[in-house]
Design a protein around this ligand. Structure first.
Ligand code: GDP
Ligand code: MG
Length: 703
């Protein structure tokens, strides 16, 4: 029985080949990631040959489920030969994988699929030369037209069980290192070259599988370190770039392009992702998105919606109705101030968000979003995040709930979690009233307060990235970034509509369901208290249970400069919705009196901008993290970060003013030092671990 494994990049036509060969009817689609499991079936017309369709992969590193499935299948020895299906129109990228497959020590036949499409594009490949360079048989095929498949299978069957072609060598020094490791493994594993190369790249899965003795591990590490020192680069970076060089050279030597016209998408991309034009274009697009959604236009829309629609059409008539039917005062208060106040303000964001969603969905549909991730990746990567983290951050300037939900597009798990944890540091729409209140009351309405707030938010994201990326729980955050840049096309109205509708509905659901009970609880806490006669409704917030709670918390806020119960209660109410922070001061007392001075007001603002977000966003975090511990970690981290920041701000201010060094000053200094140490630790760790080369393959999706 001969088993032929079909391996290749996503969307190169493996399943089409599989269906043609076996008569199966597996799902074929023009996008990456259609086949996520392997499938086996007997070759049509031959009972002794089985074909296995493997999921599409770009490399054999263990970063995605597809990669793991494929490599485990190939290592298991189930298949005796690989039919490497390659997209002839994207030869270089395909060869990068071919080189890795060749290291597995199985005989390999390279099938250049899509030969028909390549021909149309004017791509001519010298298969014979390519075969000579690689040392494997190369066959041109077209799965849809049924050309070349028989020949490829025949060659594969012939090669099965024979000796594999010698793999392409790395540079002399790297080869020596790998050979060194190979010798240490003698007798431990078959396919030693593949294992040695994987160990050289510090492939954790292979380390686990082989369960090597500690002294061998140490020896291997010494070999790796030595080579890293020689190259001044990390081990996997060395392997990746050397493989790329080989693939690039081979492709250059064998591909002849006869036509040289570029598509419209390529022309647009020359500007949009161009070296000097990318950032200006990006800045203009983002400024437009911001101006329309979070900025002036969006807030006008939201104000109108909240005042006229929610207040005018729902809340006011409802209040009159409740009074008309003679409801008890407390019930009117609970329904109107408690429930409608809480739910209304959150839902009031809807128009603004809808506008943001429309724009994001337009950008996504037309193909620009993929470019954004591409442009931003280099920058964000330095902070342990992904290029795709940019979009959640942008959405977070509107609202944290959809921002957290949109973190789903970040595919690396660690980067996704870090995106969730840091997104709500960005000042959302609800935080703007807080900023303008503090700016207005204490800083004469100075414009720089708001700028500083945004700046601090962004800095908090990046600094947190630096702190967190070294922690063990976030270490796998540098998976190579491979993404396809789809062709630009005009957005389709119904797709945009559907996305926007779905996002709006899930926002209302998410925000609405938690905000309702939370509003009730807080309203009750604010309106009941111990009085002379016992536990009862109270008129003044100063007599309420919430005040007692605030007093408990206030002591903790003392070092931050706002240790009054009012400020503490305001912070708690801010958890319902951040703009509650503003309304609350009307009820609890004048902001000018509650804070000692502008410094403590500023510290209060910073703490509340950065600390754990409102309950709606918390619940989104819970949903996306899908884990109690991760949610707890996120909220705790945010709050500790906010506390530390406010502490440093306030204590620095006090020191500058008085010149006295107190316990507070020292604590602030220690906090600052801790942050710096954490960053340095992370820096060292991640440098040692991996400095992975970003594999940016600007490949176009075939249409
Ligand atoms: P897989 O992801 O590698 O399994 O790829 P699929 O088999 O799902 O095919 C991806 C897309 O490429 C589909 O739209 C196929 O119709 C198309 N396709 C597959 N083989 C060929 C080919 O030889 N020529 C052309 N022009 N298109 C092909
Ligand atoms: Mg497939």
């Amino acid at each position: 029985m001969i088993n032929i494994a079909l391996a290749g990049n996503p969307n190169c036509g493996k399943t089409t080949v599989f269906n043609m060969l076996t008569g199966a009817e597996e799902y074929v689609g023009n996008r990456a990631g259609v086949t996520v499991e392997k499938k086996e079936k007997i070759l049509k017309g031959r009972k002794d040959v089985v074909v296995t369709d493997l999921p599409g992969i770009y490399s054999l590193s263990p970063y995605t489920a597809e990669e793991v499935i494929t490599r485990e299948h190939l290592l298991s020895g189930r298949s005796q030969v690989i039919l490497n299906v390659a997209d002839a129109t994207k030869l270089q990228r395909s060869l990068y994988l071919t080189l890795q497959l060749m290291d597995m020590g199985l005989p390999l036949v390279l099938g250049l699929n899509m030969a028909d499409a390549a021909e149309k594009q004017g791509v001519v490949i010298d298969t014979e030369k390519l075969g000579r360079i690689l040392g494997v048989p190369v066959v041109k095929m077209s799965a849809v037209k049924g050309i070349g498949l028989d020949e490829a299978v025949e060659k594969a069957v012939y090669a099965a069980g024979k000796k594999a072609a010698p793999p392409k060598a790395f540079s002399a020094g790297t080869e020596r290192a790998i050979l060194n490791i190979e010798n240490m493994l003698k007798g431990q594993a078959e396919k030693t070259r593949w294992y040695a190369a994987a160990l050289f790249q510090r492939d954790e899965r292979v380390y686990e599988n082989l369960s090597l003795k500690q002294d061998i591990k140490d020896q291997i590490e010494a070999v790796i370190r030595k080579r890293e020192r020689e190259c001044g680069d990390s081990a996997d970076s060395i392997i990746i770039s050397e493989r790329y060089d080989i693939a690039e050279k081979a492709a250059e030597q064998c591909v002849l392009k006869t036509k040289k016209e570029s598509s419209l998408s390529e022309k647009i991309d020359r500007i949009v992702t161009g070296k000097f034009t990318a950032l200006p274009v990006f800045a203009v697009v983002m400024a437009a998105v911001y101006f329309l959604s979070a900025g002036p236009v969006g807030s006008m829309l939201s104000e109108f919606f909240e005042d006229t629609v929610i207040n005018g059409v729902i809340t006011q008539p409802l209040r009159e109705l409740l009074i008309y039917v003679d409801c008890a005062d407390w019930l009117v208060g609970l329904v109107i101030d408690g429930i409608m106040g809480g739910v209304g303000t959150v839902v009031g964001f809807l128009p603004q968000l809808a506008l943001l969603f429309v724009m994001l969905s337009l950008l996504e549909e037309c193909g620009y979003m993929a470019r954004v991730a591409f442009i931003m990746d280099r920058f964000f990567r330095a902070f342990g995040l992904s290029g795709k983290s940019f979009i959640p951050m942008l959405i977070a300037t509107g609202c944290g709930v959809p921002a957290v939900m949109s973190s789903r597009t970040v595919d690396n798990e660690s980067q996704r979690r870090m995106t969730i944890i840091t997104a709500t540091f960005m000042p959302c729409g609800a935080k703007l009233p807080v900023i303008s209140m503090i700016a207005g009351t204490f800083f004469g309405g100075a414009w720089w307060v708001a700028v500083l707030a945004y700046f601090t938010g962004a800095a908090a994201v990046l600094i947190s990235g630096l702190i967190l990326k070294g922690l063990k729980i976030f270490r796998d955050n540098d998976a190579p970034f491979v993404m396809e840049l789809p062709d630009y096309h005009l957005p389709k109205g119904n797709i945009v509509f559907r996305t926007v509708k779905e996002r709006c509905v899930s926002f209302v659901k998410r925000a609405g369901t938690v905000i309702l009970p939370a509003s009730c609880v807080v309203w009750i806490l604010l309106n009941v208290g111990w009085s002379a006669g016992g536990f009862a409704f109270v008129r003044e917030p100063a007599d309420s249970v919430l005040r007692n709670l605030g007093e408990l918390l206030a002591a903790g806020f003392q070092p931050l400069g706002f240790g009054s119960w009012q400020a503490a209660v305001a912070s708690v109410l801010g958890l319902l919705a951040k703009e509650e922070l503003v309304g609350v001061f009307g009820v609890l007392g004048d902001a000018g009196e509650i804070f000692r001075d502008s410094l403590s007001a500023f510290s209060f603002m910073m703490f509340n901008l950065l600390c754990m977000p409102c309950v709606a966003a918390m619940s989104a975090i819970r949903k996306e993290m899908n884990s109690f511990w991760w949610t707890g970690f996120a909220l705790l981290y945010q709050t500790v970060f906010a506390y530390g920041t406010a502490l440093c701000i306030y204590q620095t201010g006090i020191f500058v003013r008085t010149g006295n060094i107190t316990v507070g000053t020292i604590t602030a200094m220690l906090t600052f030092a801790t942050a710096v140490i954490l960053i340095l630790y992370s820096y060292k760790k991640s440098k040692n671990e991996k400095i992975k080369k970003t594999l940016l393959t600007k490949e176009r999706k075939r249409v």
